[in-house]
Design a protein around this ligand. Structure first.
Ligand SMILES: Cc1cc2nc3c(=O)[nH]c(=O)nc-3n(C[C@H](O)[C@H](O)[C@H](O)COP(=O)(O)O)c2cc1C
Length: 322
């Protein structure tokens, strides 16, 4: 068993967080990660209405009675949702952990999270953002290095530097990630002072993640050089698999006059859904970590959690025995 302040705080068995993933983190995946003793995180922005969101939270209970978290997205959205309303819903449905992500922290939201006695984890990109969240009462912070799948921020700081920098900057527990897909990564993060590891990309290749077999094959075959960065031209850099759509987008972004209207058609959520669920692997953006090159099998989410912990324990035991 690896016990940390994070496992105590959230009431979970293992210090592994399943990163919220647009389109992919549904009740089944979240429930499977939590049932295995990790902390599944539902991406609330996937649900257009509070009613749909509530139904998905109820569906999580078909898979687990253990704690899970909900991500509330504070970044600008094409289709904004009412986070205060969603906060009421998640409390009513018995969720105990909230993860916020974004630069702005609206005081009415953070105060409401605290007033309801929820565990509050804030996901951010820099030590000073982590310090601000700590001042506002966050119970833990999450940071992911530039290796990660999805949004990379604009600073391009790798996990090896970012995690200890944030650990040094705050007293609350730090969840680190970016490029972590197994127990080697988990052990490394603990060595850096983190008290939990967030894994997103590894759970894309979980049996419990509803993606098309074509995507599974593409990701199993990919190497560490098969990702690229897109959307830098519009200040929203993301790491994706280097498919046809990403390469075409990169060409367009290389033009000096490239703007939002040029980028948008490539990054629409429906295009990503076409990739993930229809298996049309070149249709749009497929967000994934550099560590895609370290993953070559589809495994149950429970096995990913348990094998990662067992491997980390073995590594830590071996190193302490030296
Ligand atoms: C397919 C995919 C979608 C993601 N969507 C979101 C999201 O909607 N919100 C968010 O905060 N992070 C999102 N992330 C980031 C993850 O929550 C997590 O921080 C990241 O995957 C960790 O790095 P890794 O991919 O190297 O494991 C996404 C990641 C992936 C791979």
């Amino acid at each position: 068993m690896i016990r940390t302040r994070l496992t105590e705080l959230c009431g979970i068995e293992h210090p592994i967080v399943g990163g919220a993933m647009a389109h992919l983190s549904d009740a089944r995946l979240v429930g499977a990660i939590s049932e295995a003793g990790g902390l599944g995180v539902l991406a609330s922005a996937n649900y257009k209405t509070a009613q749909e969101f509530r139904q998905e939270l109820r569906r999580i209970r078909q898979f687990t009675t253990r704690p899970y978290a909900v991500n509330l997205n504070l970044f600008p959205m094409m289709r904004p949702i009412d986070n205060m309303e969603y906060l009421d819903v998640l409390c009513e449905e018995g969720c105990t952990v909230v993860e916020t992500s974004g630069h702005e922290l609206p005081p009415e939201l953070t105060q409401a999270v605290k007033a309801r006695g929820l565990v509050w984890i804030h996901k951010c990109v820099l030590p000073r953002h982590a310090q601000r969240a700590q001042r506002l009462g966050a119970d833990a912070v999450t940071v992911v290095g530039y290796e990660n799948g999805g949004a990379t921020g604009r600073w391009d700081i790798g996990t090896m530097v970012l995690v200890p920098a944030v650990v040094q900057a705050v007293d609350i527990p730090v969840i680190g990630g970016g490029g972590v897909v197994d127990g080697r990564g988990l052990a490394a993060l603990l060595a850096l002072g983190a008290e939990g590891a967030i894994m997103g990309s590894r759970f894309v290749l979980a049996e419990d993640c509803a993606i098309h077999d074509n995507v599974r094959q593409m990701l199993c075959d990919a190497s560490v050089t098969d990702t690229m960065l897109v959307m830098r031209a519009i200040g929203a850099t993301h790491r994706v698999i280097a498919n046809e759509a990403a390469r075409r987008l990169a060409e367009i972004e290389a033009r000096p006059d490239a703007g939002l209207e040029d980028v948008l058609p490539f990054v629409l959520g429906e295009k990503s859904r076409e990739v993930y669920f229809d298996g049309n692997v070149d249709a749009g953006m497929c967000y994934i970590s550099q560590a895609v090159g370290l993953m070559s099998s589809v495994r149950p989410a429970a096995a990913i959690v348990q094998e990662s912990v067992a491997q980390a324990e073995a590594i830590l035991g071996r190193l302490s025995g030296r």
